[in-house]
Design a protein around this ligand. Structure first.
Ligand code: LM2
Ligand code: CA
Length: 492
């Protein structure tokens, strides 16, 4: 079992290691997940907001046809019935146009792809969002086509430490594809190639832990290079990031996958939530990263919350605790660790709730208020000033080191990023008022959390830095946010 993987790894090393490169444009380095957005809206968003604000890419919801479930829960999109590019987000033409328009403004597209399974049982004949019919109970998906032989035998995952069960039984009843079969591999590679041809930069691989790493290696190394007509260099390999939930106590581990591509670092999400909810002092974050048992920076896809764990209870933060959420996000984007992804949600009161839709069950477009925030059911965390300005901060400080860590022994922290940026965070219930080393050249800087630099004027607090790099930093309990961030691209 281990040997073939090793042999394959060695022979395919050049190819597979390259699949950690997200192919960002310029100095950009943050991905946003526009969960359940329509393709036409994403294209508009790339041009009017993401490009101008310096976002590097968008993770889009699954693009291939899914089953239609009653009430249209968001999770119906995790039940594929064919590889036709028709979903509630739009059709193939709209998808292609989105990818082109986003690439044209330097914003990459990463697609959430379902290689592990097809739809779960359904009473009788199921109809998909592209009009295809299937009989999931019989493992019959004629629009691909797949028949029963293309799937593993039906069984349930009861023991998460049993590799066979985790990889060959049905995850929540979803018909489990056999990626070891030529036909299945062929169909999956064709599907990925099709998306690459349309100009995407890579994939978020759903349920990766439920597939054998050897099979994934075969598939990833077989897909074509990125499309040079969309601005990618010759021989560029698609960026791969794999959904592997590894808390450190299961048989199938993140280490089996991190050579093939990046892996979602769930421990990051849990620990950052714990710290900013006040269940661990912020001073401990000084050693944030691999010392916490996380994957190496270039292998870790990091996030405060994702579309799954934002719906669970526990330490993970979401938009419903905005002050803590913004602090955690500011720390996420300021600290030099990981491949960052920002979540952009729709509002929900229960786990299964459908995304914003009209009476005909069509997804609705986001609408914006005077401040640019979303108003009609979409939360759009990526449009919160405190978040998009930290995306700008992360761009400004790219490739600099963390220096001059400061803390008060508790929940007030601060640090520099080279001589490009400085951040302070106060999660204590008393003021932070200190003269601190900011590492910045002398001058007046606009705090990009309490405001923005607009036409040379700072709409929030400003900090004056003296000739030795020191500045007076105040984050009071009366302040709306618990963060202050300054950088060289927002100098007055
Ligand atoms: C993932 N990552 O590895 C996705 O991030 C996650 O959102 C997916 O689950 C999961 N893997 C499978 O792609 C979601 C959702 C589930 C939902 C499934 C399938 O979290 O709740 O399951 O999609 O739509 C639903 C029902 C479940 C039922 C299943 C099959 O909630 O009770 O199981 O459909 O009918 C009998
Ligand atoms: Ca499987």
């Amino acid at each position: 079992m281990r040997l073939p993987l090793l042999v394959l790894l060695c022979s395919g090393l050049a190819l597979t290691l390259a699949q950690h490169n997200p192919h960002w444009w310029g100095n950009r380095n943050t991905i946003v997940h526009l969960f359940e957005w329509k393709w036409t809206d994403i294209a508009d968003e790339c041009e009017r907001f993401l490009g101008p604000r310096g976002y590097a890419g968008v993770q889009v919801s699954p693009a291939n046809e899914n089953i239609i479930s009653e009430g249209r829960p968001w999770w119906e999109r995790y039940q594929p019935i064919s590889y036709k590019l028709v979903t509630r987000s739009g059709n193939e033409l709209e998808f292609a146009s989105m990818v082109k328009r986003c690439n044209d403004v330097g914003v990459r597209i990463y697609v959430d792809v379902l290689l592990n399974h097809m739809s779960a049982d359904f009473d009788g004949l199921a109809t998909g969002t592209g009009g295809s019919v299937a009989e999931p109970a019989k493992k019959s998906f004629p629009s691909v086509p797949y028949t029963a032989e293309d799937f593993h035998e039906t069984c349930e995952i009861t023991d998460w430490n049993d590799r066979f069960q985790v990889q060959q039984c049905e995850l929540v009843g979803l018909k489990d594809l056999n990626q070891n079969r030529d036909w299945v591999r062929t169909k999956l590679i064709e599907f990925l190639d099709h998306l690459i041809e349309l100009g995407v930069a890579g994939f978020r691989v759903d349920a990766a832990k439920h597939m054998a790493a050897e099979d994934l290696l075969f598939i990833y190394s077989s897909v074509r290079d990125l499309n040079i007509n969309h601005g990618f260099p010759n021989n560029a390999r698609p960026f791969i990031y794999q959904e592997v939930i590894d808390h450190g106590h299961e048989t199938v581990t993140r280490e089996e996958y991190n050579e093939l591509g990046a892996v979602t670092e769930f421990r990051f999400s849990e620990e950052i939530g714990k710290a900013f909810r006040g269940n661990n002092a912020l001073k401990w974050l000084q050693s944030w990263g691999t010392d916490w048992g996380f994957l190496s920076s270039g292998q870790a896809l990091t996030f405060v919350d994702n579309h799954d764990n934002q719906r669970d209870s526990g330490d993970v933060l979401n938009y419903k605790s905005p002050k803590q959420y913004k602090m955690a996000t500011a720390f996420h984007l300021a600290y030099p660790y990981g491949i960052s992804r920002v979540m952009s949600s729709f509002g929900f009161d229960d786990r299964d709730q459908a995304p914003p839709q009209d009476a005909q069950e069509q997804l609705i477009s986001p609408e914006f208020d005077a401040d640019g925030g979303c108003s009609n059911g979409w939360i759009c965390e990526h449009r919160w000033r405190q978040i998009y300005n930290m995306v700008g901060f992360k761009n400004a400080v790219r490739d600099t080191e963390l220096t001059n860590w400061w803390d008060n022994g508790d929940n007030q922290i601060a640090f520099c990023r080279g001589s490009k940026g400085f951040i302070a965070i106060n999660n204590n219930l008393y003021n932070l008022s200190e003269t601190l080393q900011t590492c910045l050249p002398a001058g007046e800087y606009c705090d990009v959390i309490s405001g923005s630099l607009v036409d040379g004027v700072c709409t929030g607090k400003s900090v004056s830095v003296d000739g030795n790099g020191y500045g007076y930093i105040h984050i009071g309990t009366e302040d709306f946010d618990g963060v202050l961030a300054i950088h060289t691209d927002a100098k007055l």
